[in-house]
Design a protein around this ligand. Structure first.
Ligand code: PLP
Length: 382
């Protein structure tokens, strides 16, 4: 595989970092499905790096190489889901360790970490990490083994200062993991801002077509003990992605920079439209100058602010549900980062998380901005 790291993300993605099918000369990498590989007469593997599929797959390596180059990472590991990637990182924390987690992030993450840490006697502290002072002070007193931030956060769209968080955790000898799902590697590269490990749910924007479940961990500290443990655990415990999913991911990523640009542009226009709408109380989008994290997002995000935005409809749950019942272009469904626009009423699904009753979360796709805006106009007006 060629080193294309000096090329721009659009070129790396479009050409899958130079991957081709060497057997046929095809411009698209092959989909090798074999679970086991041949050995010669002396019982030596024909290729020492291909013995058994569990974590030895050429197409998975292609996908990991594309992701590593987009993320600015020395090494990237794929997992069968975002949660599997996150769990792989947290399983490195020893019993009796301490983890610091940003509050009000993706609920699946919060729930899994709480349950896991209870079983393992790991102490958990949750903190509003967009408050840099609070985060740094908690690091100093609590001394976490591992800290997790999610920026921009889902569904609150809070922006966390990655470099400040990294400095706070490193000062007490811990590691910083950043869930960068909402930004994708196109808009934000946490390793450049001091993060030790970046995590993505590649199910979302990275794949972008709502048809693959996948997760990513990436790092520059490839010789660290934690990374070694993660790799050994993936190999031995087998949380691996299948070849077909990896192949679909490579195909999806070819248009990643293009999709992200269009989605960010559509989301920014809808955020501006909603901000001026009389039936909207608040719009949460880091690309709006009125957003708390706008200035910080401008310094640590590049080329846009993402496809995810939330708004609070005046009149609570009833008003919000009335609006989404009338939408015809936006699909009513969970998840985010696909080419099709989705709308979600979080309070219906997660009433216990303190989410405002009127909050709608939009994942903005690549449809025509006029169709998306008109859909919102008619849903609010009727
Ligand atoms: C979806 C999501 C996850 C979980 O990823 P899966 O691929 O669904 O397992 C984690 N973090 C964030 C921010 C997400 O949006």
């Amino acid at each position: 595989m060629s080193d294309t790291s000096r090329l721009s993300p659009a070129t790396i993605a479009a050409q899958a970092a130079g991957a081709i099918d060497v057997q046929t000369g095809g411009v698209v990498p092959a989909l090798p499905m074999a679970t086991t590989y041949l050995r010669d007469a002396a019982y030596q593997p024909l290729r020492p790096d291909n013995i058994y599929l569990r974590d030895q797959s050429d197409i998975v390596r292609v996908a990991e190489n594309v992701l590593a180059q987009l993320e600015g990472a020395k090494e990237t590991l794929l997992f069968p889901s975002g949660m599997a990637a996150l769990a792989a990182a947290f399983r490195t924390v020893p019993n009796g360790g301490r983890v610091l987690v940003q509050s009000q992030i993706y609920w699946g993450t919060t729930k899994w970490i709480r349950d896991f840490c209870t079983r393992r006697d790991i102490e958990v502290r949750e903190v509003e990490a967009s408050d840099t002072v609070a985060f740094t002070q908690t690091c100093a007193s609590f001394k976490p083994t591992l800290a997790l931030i999610e920026t921009p956060s889902n569904p609150w769209l809070r922006v966390v200062d990655i470099q400040a968080a990294a400095d706070g955790v490193h000062a007490v000898g811990g590691l910083l993991v950043v869930d960068s799902t909402a930004a994708t590697p196109v808009l934000q590269q946490p390793l450049r801002h001091g993060a030790d490990i970046v995590m993505h749910s590649a199910t979302k924007g990275i794949n972008g077509h709502s048809d693959v479940l996948a997760g990513v961990l990436a790092t520059n500290n490839v010789t660290g003990r934690v990374w070694e443990d993660i790799k050994i655990d993936r190999h031995d415990a087998g949380a691996v992605i299948g070849p077909f999913e990896a192949w679909l991911l490579v195909r999806g990523m070819r248009t990643l920079p293009l999709r992200v640009r269009e989605m960010s542009s559509n989301a920014a226009k809808l955020a501006a439209f909603l901000q001026d709408h009389p039936k909207i109380e608040t719009v949460l989008y880091p690309g709006l100058p009125s957003h708390n994290g706008y200035e910080l997002a401008q310094t640590q995000m590049t080329g846009g602010f993402g496809s995810l935005l939330s708004c609070v409809v005046k009149g609570g749950a009833e008003a919000a549900l009335t609006v989404i019942s009338k939408l015809t272009v936006f699909h009513r469904a969970t998840s985010l980062g696909g080419v099709e626009s989705l709308v979600e009423h979080r309070h219906t699904i997660e009433p216990h998380t303190g989410i405002p009753e009127g909050l709608l979360r939009l994942s903005v796709g690549i449809e025509s901005i006029d169709d998306l805006r008109n859909d919102l106009v008619q849903a609010f007006d009727t």
